[in-house]
Design a protein around this ligand. Structure first.
Ligand SMILES: Nc1ncnc2c1ncn2[C@@H]1O[C@H](COP(=O)(O)OP(=O)(O)O)[C@@H](O)[C@H]1O
Ligand SMILES: [Mg+2]
Length: 310
């Protein structure tokens, strides 16, 4: 419902905008222009050429110019606003379309599995496992979207704790080492020996580290390597994940943080296209920065910088 109201507002602003602008231009021109014209005509008239009237005319001219500039500025702001509303509207439409598209497959798996159980067709345990897997998939799509939205909206949160990012990263590497081993990807960790403490929420740091490490392993073929490193300056923490994987095309780089974006060549790898969007939302939440450098068929480096205090 919120979505349709949004698009109605957007349409109303956009359709009312042009007539509104024309009326305001006519009114402003009349207010500034008509008295200005008489003052100017009077000041420049043959019998009235004294210095005071000339100054008066210049002031009137300046006022008219200032009005013109203000009007142009107003038009510019209006144009920017209506474009922003349109972009937001498009993003919401895309989001809804993608969520619906993404949950349709697991829902049809659930339905098939339920039919199998009801028809006594095949093993009920397998069907239950399919149902459970599909439910987890839907839940992860819903949770990721809720997380991203909460981060964007900066919904009231528990206050951040003093977290040791170094321990979080070590845990994440430990967690992913089995996956890396199975894939034949070497996973290494470079962290300072002392704790790297920052004001943050542990589960957000876990999501951030986990998503970047997961991607690095996922998009690195067997025989490649992934290096996870953490360092700090006086005010910030720098977390880097470097891989020797498939890389990202230059034209795709601006899109990788968009919800549901997946590069053409990664579509046969499992995923939802929500991980980096969530990572960026978390980084933004802590007023940090994320940078990606990549070369196709050579590898990718993600570098996240987070201030120790927000
Ligand atoms: N380390 C990486 N190497 C190559 N491509 C990557 C890497 N990380 C992200 N990408 C690209 O960015 C897309 C978006 O990433 P993400 O949001 O985590 O989605 P997912 O992992 O579900 O595909 C990926 O599908 C992939 O095309
Ligand atoms: Mg991912």
């Amino acid at each position: 419902m919120r979505f349709s109201r949004m698009s109605a507002v957007s349409r109303a602003v956009q359709s009312a905008g042009i007539p509104l602008l024309v009326v305001s231009m006519v009114v402003t021109t009349a207010i500034a222009g008509i008295p200005g014209y008489f003052i100017l005509a009077d000041a420049l008239g043959p019998e009235r050429s004294n210095e005071a009237l000339r100054v008066y005319a210049v002031i009137a001219l300046c006022t008219a110019v200032a009005e013109g500039v203000a009007l142009a500025f107003g038009i510019f702001i209006f144009w920017r606003l209506s474009r922003r509303i349109k972009t937001l509207n498009d993003e919401i439409r895309l989001l809804v379309r993608n969520v619906l598209h993404d949950i349709r497959t697991p829902i049809s798996h659930i339905s098939n599995a339920a039919q199998r159980i009801l028809g006594g067709d095949g093993c009920a345990e397998d069907a239950a496992a399919d149902i459970s897997e599909s439910c987890s998939r839907i839940l992860s799509i819903v949770n990721a979207n809720v997380e991203i939205t909460n981060n964007y909206a900066r919904v009231a949160e528990l206050p951040p704790g003093e977290e040791d990012f170094s321990a979080v990263v070590a845990e994440a590497v430990e967690l992913f080492s089995a996956v890396a081993d199975m894939k034949g990807v070497s996973l290494s960790l470079e962290t300072p020996s002392s704790p790297v403490v920052l004001a943050a929420h542990r589960h957000k740091l876990q999501q951030l580290a986990g998503n970047l490490i997961d991607n690095a392993i996922k998009f690195t073929p067997s025989g490649g390597n992934v290096t996870v490193s953490l360092s700090e300056t006086r005010d910030s923490v720098i977390f880097k994940v470097t891989d020797s994987g498939v890389g990202i095309a230059k034209s795709d780089l601006p899109k990788i943080y968009d919800r549901f974006f997946r590069a053409e060549r990664s579509r046969d790898t499992p995923g939802s296209g929500l991980g980096l969007s969530l990572v960026r939302a978390i980084v933004t939440f802590y007023d940090g920065d994320i940078d990606c450098k990549s070369k196709p068929d050579s590898g990718t480096v993600f570098a996240v910088t987070i201030p120790k205090r927000k």
